[in-house]
Design a protein around this ligand. Structure first.
Ligand SMILES: Nc1ncnc2c1ncn2[C@@H]1O[C@H](COP(=O)(O)OP(=O)(O)OP(=O)(O)O)[C@@H](O)[C@H]1O
Length: 242
């Protein structure tokens, strides 16, 4: 962990309400604040429905808070237009989704280079960056395969390569090891940890305490609120102003 590294993501008092059935709103996040610095990996845990995915969506600019602010590398996503948020996502934020979201009609390397292609990076440069990202996760030999010709673990690696490609500063992963056995799950965490150590910030949702142990601290959510934050050397301690 880089203590005192630059702030990559700063979420303040984030509230997200969804309109519910019969006019009763669901408060998925109820005043969550979180700061993650360069070199820090934060795990998010909590029961089903506690708001973990909603928090990740807010941090990634995929959705807007009902109240509060989310700032990523100095840009307030919560105040940005849809186009500005898309640009910020392509350039600064890598996202590994629960269901991976690989595009079946694109080869592995094309899936990985897509964010750069969309951002107008020259094709040769985008290909080269995509190959580097595939190499970093150990699947560059599978670059020409389509997703359905890859195993679940290999697809996971391609999805991570896509999240790592280019100079992304924020890595968000929602149960990135969900479909994997525990050994492969540890491999994936090692990859994310290494990338964060090399110059990014990471936030990872997991149900697995062994995987959360790779993080610098763990945020526990319950009913849309942070109930505790623990660091490896401060188990279960209650920290203010996280
Ligand atoms: N689009 C939506 N419309 C209405 N309610 C929603 C929507 N998305 C999430 N919710 C509600 O918000 C709450 C938090 O959901 P969220 O998916 O963030 O939980 P989670 O902690 O990620 O759960 P899980 O571990 O099961 O994935 C839940 O009560 C959920 O039903």
């Amino acid at each position: 962990m880089t203590v005192g590294g630059a702030v990559v993501v700063d979420a303040r008092d984030v509230v997200r309400r969804y309109p519910g059935l019969g006019g009763v709103a669901v408060t998925a996040l109820d005043g969550v604040s979180l700061t993650v610095r360069l070199g820090e990996l934060v795990a998010v845990m909590g029961p089903s429905g506690s708001g973990k995915s909603t928090l990740l969506h807010m941090l990634g600019g995929l959705d807007l808070p009902t109240a509060g602010t989310v700032t990523v590398t100095g840009t307030e996503l919560s105040g940005a237009s849809r186009a500005q948020r898309s640009r910020a996502r392509r350039r600064r934020i890598g996202y590994v989704f629960q269901d991976l979201n690989l595009i079946p009609s694109l080869r592995a390397i094309e899936n990985v280079s897509l964010p750069l292609d969309l951002d107008g990076v020259a094709p040769r440069e985008a290909q080269s960056a995509a190959r580097d990202a595939l190499r970093a996760v150990g699947v560059d030999h599978l670059a020409e395969r389509f997703p359905d010709a890859l195993s679940g673990g290999q697809q996971q690696r391609v999805a991570i390569a896509r999240a790592l490609v280019g100079p992304r500063r924020l890595l968000l992963a929602d149960e990135p090891t969900g479909a994997l056995d525990s050994v492969t799950g540890e491999d994936v965490m090692t990859l994310l940890r290494d990338r964060v150590d090399a110059g990014a910030a990471g936030v990872i949702v997991t149900h697995d305490a062994r995987l959360a142990a790779w993080a610098d601290r763990t945020l526990y959510l319950e009913d849309g609120r942070v109930v505790t934050t623990s660091a490896p050397d401060e188990p279960e301690s209650l920290l203010e102003g996280v």
